[in-house]
Design a protein around this ligand. Structure first.
Ligand SMILES: NC(=O)c1ccc[n+]([C@@H]2O[C@H](COP(=O)([O-])OP(=O)(O)OC[C@H]3O[C@@H](n4cnc5c(N)ncnc54)[C@H](OP(=O)(O)O)[C@@H]3O)[C@@H](O)[C@H]2O)c1
Length: 269
């Protein structure tokens, strides 16, 4: 088996200073890629770049607030120049600072979450898409969420952006197929990162969410990284427009049905 299927590839990962983006950037480097890591800056970003260099690859920190379209344009240019080209783009930066019922959301809340989770994705995809389609090859990976696959109470504003990323994945996979560019998405379930820290900090919430996961555990960022390597490598050359769900089985079960069956099983025992 080829343990370095990305040798010679040049990758860019947004939101790579911690969590899922960091794990993906390190996994791409372990698989042989040189990687530009984008985030708003600071020691964490520098240290991911240093970890990539320790793996023997080129690690390039690029300071970029993805909510600023002009900065995205410049930052992608800086990454391309530093790496000598671009083959893989991972659109990962995202998150939320607020959760609550749809009717409690203010216009400012909506603008903020849309700016980070949807508008920034559009800006990034336009910039890297122009580069990769002109080049005639490449792989784009959108980090969506299982929140984009169904109803997500208290996360409606975030979920609609993640659903839109899945829609864009399908459309761009078709539009860019003739140009040799593949576009896929991953939809992680509950992953233990800073983003979900306010959930994992409370035992009742942490265990309650975990109890709905058939594997009975929270995912780790590393659980997501292997899928990113696969979807980015030439072994996935025929895979485009796909959405790979990484959730320990959460969305595969109808939880109310599963609970009823479990209760029946217990009653029968
Ligand atoms: N954790 C989960 O359970 C889960 C589940 C499904 C999907 N996801 C998705 O996975 C992605 C990563 O989430 P995570 O859990 O790893 O979150 P995280 O630990 O909070 O990391 C978020 C990353 O995005 C960067 N970022 C945030 N705002 C940014 C901005 N304006 N410009 C540039 N970079 C920015 C952060 O770096 P700086 O703060 O340094 O800029 C950081 O590197 C997100 O798209 C999230 O929606 C997460």
């Amino acid at each position: 088996m080829n343990t370095q299927p990305l040798t010679g590839k040049r990758a860019l990962v947004t939101g790579a200073s911690r969590g899922i983006g960091r794990a993906i950037a390190l996994a791409l480097a372990e698989a042989g890629a040189d990687v530009a890591v984008l985030a708003r800056g600071g020691d964490a970003l520098e240290s991911v770049a240093a970890e990539i260099k320790d793996l023997g690859r080129q690690g390039v920190p690029v300071v970029c607030d993805v909510t600023d379209p002009a900065r995205i344009d410049a930052a992608v240019g800086e990454a391309v120049d530093a790496l000598g080209g671009l083959d893989i783009a991972v659109n990962n930066a995202g998150g939320f600072n607020w959760t609550g019922p749809f009717l409690d959301m203010t216009a400012a809340d909506w603008e903020e979450v849309r700016g980070l989770n949807l508008d920034a994705s559009v800006s990034l995809l336009r910039r890297v898409g122009a580069h990769l389609t002109a080049q005639g090859s490449g792989s784009v990976l959108n980090v969506s969420s299982i929140a984009g696959l169904g109803g997500a109470p208290r996360l409606s504003f975030y979920a609609v952006c993640k659903a839109a990323m899945i829609s864009l994945t399908h459309t761009l996979a078709v539009e860019w197929a003739a140009s040799g560019v593949r576009v896929n998405a991953i939809a992680p379930g509950w992953i233990d990162t800073a983003l979900t820290g306010s959930f994992t900090a409370h035992d009742q919430v942490r265990l309650g969410l975990q109890s709905e996961v058939p594997q009975d555990r929270w995912g780790r960022p590393e659980d997501v990284a292997g899928a990113a390597v696969y979807l980015s490598c030439d072994g996935a050359a025929f895979v485009t427009g796909s959405v790979l769900v990484l959730d320990g089985g959460l969305t595969s079960q109808l939880s109310h049905v599963a609970r009823n069956l479990l209760d029946l099983g217990r009653a029968a025992a």
